[in-house]
Ligand binder design. Structure first.
Ligand code: FRU
Length: 578
């Protein structure tokens, strides 16, 4: 089904108004240096002028142009029956969203409609591989307990339904709704092997189903590497603004519209940040600064090319004036110090402009080979985002799980106050249960007579989740350097060359104190250190349940200022280990 603005006269008037007013904005955009450069990427450059970056097109001409293969798009890929295995149950998270069957990647269309939070997602319902992309859908009233909903946007002859956003068109700016209350509008990429263009669809039933606009695409620049629109309403300039990736050019393009249908180019951001093959899933949001004020944050996902391998989301802190994003400095941030949080998207239409994100808990390097069969892919917990000054004065993103306290069930008794150098404290864990650990620790100053050794020049504090099969998942803190590490290498359920085991991050230099919040849930681990300034997200695949937790002080003793351990209540009716 397709639709057009309800009143043709209104539509004509709107079009000419949009054309003239946007032409004015366009002049501003085109006068920007970045736009002028990009509009003629192949033109002869003046001597010494760098040629704009342009990674080559994909050689896989029968799949949409992206740096990851989509095996399910190949003929015959979906005829094999999907087998459900014991691993499918054992590895299925209990507090993280995962699809019943099929393959899931990016979150899409994150929006609050006034009553429900929507989570649409990149979804192949037919196979545990990427391809035949539809928009799957779940909804929730707290972003934790999700209700499965019917597929919202299917693959069509025009292409797969790639990543995009949803906005609430409450004023009926699009003219596509019959009543003045407006409704939900989705903007997303239709991807075929030779074209990626932005499409629009409307929902007249609060996001349950969508009708594609008759005159799609609404934005097409003739590229096969142009995708993942996110749209926000920018109040100061009273216009809708779209950020969208020119993936192979390593640029984020900004467009404006007053009706969500007609779009005019404003400016381009980048190339900036990491080298990589594809820039994807840009998201722009105003984030509160702790202590007062706000800054704009532009998230740009890069795949492959992350410093920990494969997929990574980078971010820039700066200002947005309605036309251009101007970063405060040349520093880039990464949302994660491990490698399994990608394609971060933010919620739109949030009360009090709360900044909340969800990312795909995966990495294109191995997501299609994970040891589950009937389903693959899960989402991170929803995370509240703020900006905070770190030890060096940089404004950095702080992420904390949103509302997780509401899932806390029985606390597991674990009384520890002091751990002497060389000793440890241990507690049994209920197998299969999602757990939350809160831990504040200060490592002692190194005794003066202790020789420098391989246990760190002061001490190391080691948190181990393990079992008697010899599997361990460790998180450690090195008090001398103020760094944290994560080691998933001693879990034996999955091996693949890119599934690397060790990651690290710096907390505060010259600080023997750390605070950490850990969420362990079947195949997922999320670490929020020092109030969420350092976040590590990792897939984990133990062969047997991790049934003990051990805290250990090496080299120097440690004072445990706070230790709390909770079982978390399951959020969905899915077959899981518990
Ligand atoms: C990011 C991405 C997007 C694309 C989608 C396809 O993970 O490659 O650029 O729209 O996945 O599923």
């Amino acid at each position: 089904m397709t639709n057009t603005p309800s009143d043709p006269t209104r539509r004509r008037a709107l079009s000419s108004f949009v054309a003239s007013s946007l032409a004015a904005i366009g002049t501003v955009g085109l006068s920007s240096k970045a736009s002028a450069d990009v509009s003629s990427p192949t033109s002869t450059n003046a001597p010494g002028k760098p040629t704009p970056a342009q990674a080559p097109d994909s050689l896989r001409k029968d799949e949409p142009n992206a740096s990851h293969p989509s095996p399910a798009d190949q003929p015959g890929a979906t005829v094999r029956p999907i087998v459900k295995t014991g691993s499918d149950v054992f590895y299925r998270p209990t507090v993280h969203f995962s699809p019943t069957t099929g393959f899931m990647n990016d979150p899409n269309g994150l929006v609050f409609d006034g009553e429900r939070y929507h989570l649409y997602y990149q979804y192949d319902p037919f196979a545990p591989y990427a391809g035949h992309v539809h928009w799957g859908h779940a909804s929730s009233t707290d972003m934790l307990h999700w209700k499965d909903q019917p597929i919202a946007i299917p693959e069509t002859e025009a292409g797969e339904a790639f990543t995009g956003c949803a906005v609430m068109d409450r004023a009926n700016a699009s003219g596509l709704f019959e009543n003045s209350k407006g409704g939900m509008v989705a903007l997303y990429t239709r991807a075929s092997p030779d074209r990626q263009a932005q499409y629009l669809a409307t929902s007249h039933d609060n996001g349950q189903s969508f009708t594609e606009y008759t005159h799609n695409p609404v934005l097409d620049i003739g590229s096969n590497s142009f995708r993942d629109p996110q749209v926000i309403f920018h109040k100061p300039t009273n216009q809708w603004v779209m950020v969208v990736a020119k993936s192979r050019l390593h640029q984020i393009a900004f467009y404006a519209s007053i009706d969500l249908i007609h779009w005019v180019h404003l400016s381009d951001f980048g190339p900036s940040g990491l080298f990589g093959v594809d820039y994807e899933c840009p998201n722009l949001i105003e984030v509160p600064v702790e202590g007062g004020g706000s800054r704009w944050v532009l998230f740009v996902s890069v795949n492959p090319g992350g410093p920990t391998g494969g997929s990574i989301t980078q971010y820039f802190v700066g200002q947005f004036d309605g036309t251009r994003f101007i970063p405060d400095d040349t520093v880039i941030g990464l949302t994660d110090f491990a490698k399994d949080a990608y394609a971060l998207q933010v919620y739109g239409n949030m009360p009090k402009a709360e900044a909340v994100s969800i990312a795909w808990l995966g990495n294109w390097q191995y997501c299609q080979e994970l040891p589950t069969q009937s389903w693959r892919g899960c989402m991170t917990l929803p995370r509240t985002m703020t900006l905070r000054r770190d030890f060096a004065g940089w404004l950095r993103l702080a992420q904390t799980p949103r509302g997780l306290e509401t899932l806390r069930d029985t606390a597991i008794a674990f009384e520890v106050k002091r751990i002497a150098a060389g000793s440890s404290a241990q507690v049994a864990l209920p197998p299969g249960k999602a757990l939350e650990l809160l831990l504040f620790v200060t490592v002692d100053e190194r005794p003066r007579d202790l020789p420098l050794g391989d246990k760190g020049r002061t001490g190391r504090f080691v948190i181990t989740f393990g079992n008697d099969q010899g599997e361990t998942l460790t998180i450690g803190f090195d008090a001398f350097s103020g760094q944290l590490w994560l080691d998933r290498d001693e879990l034996k359920g999955f091996a693949q060359p890119f599934f690397t085991g060790q990651f690290s991050t710096v907390l505060n230099p010259d600080d023997r104190h750390f605070e950490i919040r850990v969420v362990l849930d079947a195949c997922t681990l999320e670490i929020f250190a020092n109030g969420g300034l350092s976040v590590g997200t990792a897939l984990i695949f133990p062969v047997s349940p991790l049934d003990f937790l051990r805290l250990e002080a090496n080299g120097a003793g440690a004072t445990v200022e706070r230790v709390e351990l909770f079982q978390l209540r399951k959020v969905m009716e899915r077959e899981t280990a518990v």
